[in-house]
Write a protein that binds this ligand. Structure first.
Ligand code: G
Ligand code: G
Ligand code: MN
Ligand code: NA
Length: 254
C-alpha cells in the first residue's frame, strides 16, 4: 500500500523517466532504433526498475495513465534528438495488456505525434501476444487503425505466449522480437538455436523483420547474424542509456 501511494504521487511528481536501450542493425552495423524503458526516480530511494513497480501499475490500472505519459515522453524525446542531429532513430514503446484493452492508444498516439510534430514512422509499439489475444476481432481493428497512422507494430517476447500462429497472418505486424528465453543458450542448446532459426525464417517468409533480445555475447550475435536476424538488442551491444548518452552513442556510431 505504501508503494501504491508513492506510485500515485509519482505521475504528478514528475518522477518517471525513460531510458533507451539501443538496437543494432546487423546489416549496416548502425543503431537502428531504441527501446524506451521506464524508470522511477523515487525520492529518498533512487532509481527503481520496472520489475519492482510495473506489476503494481498493471494491477491498479495506473498503467493506463502512465502508458499515455510514456507515449508523450517518447515523442518529445524523438523531437529533441532530431534537434540535436540524431535522426532516423526509431523509438519502440512497450504497451501493457491493460493499456491496450482499456486505454485510448490511438488517441494518445495521435495527440503525442501532433504535439511534438513527430514522423509516425519513428514510433514503434511493442505488444505482447497476451495483449493481442484478449479480443481477436477488436485487435484486428485497433491494429489496422494504428498502422494507418504510419507507426510500426512489433510482437514482444515472441514465442512465449499462448497464442496460435494464425493471428500472424491477420494482424498487420512489422516485426517479431525473439524472447530472451531462446537467446540465452542459443550457442550451446541446439533446440533453442532451431527455434530462433525457425522464427527468423517464418518472419521473413511473412515479410516481417526480426530482432533478438537479451544478446550478451559476440558468439550469440555472430550466430544470429549468420541466421540472417535483422537486429539485436542486449548487453553485448549496449545497456539502456539516458537520453544524452544515447545521442552520443548514435553520433559516434555514424
Ligand atoms: O528495463 P528493465 O530491463 O528492468 O525492464 C523490465 C521489464 O519491464 C521489461 O521487460 C518491460 O516489458 C517492462 N517495461 C519496461 N518499460 C516499460 C514501459 O514503459 N511500459 C511497460 N508497460 N512495461 C515496461
Ligand atoms: O520489454 P522487455 O521485456 O523486452 O524489456 C527488455 C528487458 O530485457 C529489460 O528488462 C532489459 O533490462 C532486459 N535486457 C536487455 N538486454 C538484456 C541482456 O542482454 N540480458 C538480460 N539478461 N536482460 C536484458
Ligand atoms: Mn519490450
Ligand atoms: Na521482451
Amino acid at each position: 500500500l505504501e508503494l501504491e501511494l508513492a506510485l500515485r504521487g509519482a505521475i504528478d511528481g514528475d518522477q518517471f523517466e525513460l531510458h533507451y536501450q539501443p538496437k543494432l542493425d546487423l546489416n549496416t552495423g548502425r543503431v537502428s532504433g531504441v527501446e524506451a524503458l521506464l524508470r522511477w526516480r523515487r525520492p529518498g530511494v533512487g532509481l527503481v526498475y520496472p520489475a519492482e513497480f510495473v506489476p503494481l501499475l498493471e494491477d491498479t490500472g495506473m498503467v493506463v495513465r502512465v502508458g499515455a505519459w510514456i507515449i508523450g515522453a517518447a515523442c518529445r524525446q524523438i523531437a529533441r534528438w532530431i534537434q540535436d542531429g540524431v535522426r532516423d532513430v526509431r523509438v519502440a514503446v512497450n504497451v501493457s495488456s491493460r493499456q491496450f484493452v482499456e486505454g485510448d492508444l490511438e488517441g494518445d498516439i495521435r495527440a503525442a505525434l501532433a504535439e511534438h510534430r513527430v514522423d509516425p514512422g519513428l514510433l514503434e509499439l511493442e505488444l505482447t501476444e497476451s495483449a493481442l489475444m484478449s479480443n481477436f476481432e477488436h485487435t484486428v481493428q485497433v491494429l489496422e487503425r494504428l498502422k494507418a497512422l504510419g507507426i510500426r507494430i512489433a510482437i514482444d517476447d515472441f514465442g512465449t505466449g499462448y497464442s496460435s500462429l494464425a493471428y500472424l497472418k491477420r494482424f498487420p505486424i512489422d516485426k517479431l522480437k525473439i524472447d530472451i528465453a531462446f537467446v540465452r543458450d542459443i550457442t550451446t542448446n541446439p533446440d533453442d538455436a532451431a527455434i530462433a532459426l525457425a522464427i527468423i525464417s517464418m518472419a521473413h517468409s511473412l515479410h516481417m523483420q526480426v530482432i533478438a533480445e537479451g544478446v550478451e555475447s559476440r558468439a550469440q550475435m555472430a550466430l544470429l547474424r549468420r541466421h540472417r536476424c535483422d537486429e539485436i538488442q542486449g548487453f553485448h551491444f549496449a545497456r539502456a542509456l539516458a537520453p544524452a548518452d544515447l545521442a552520443r552513442l548514435v553520433l559516434e556510431n555514424r
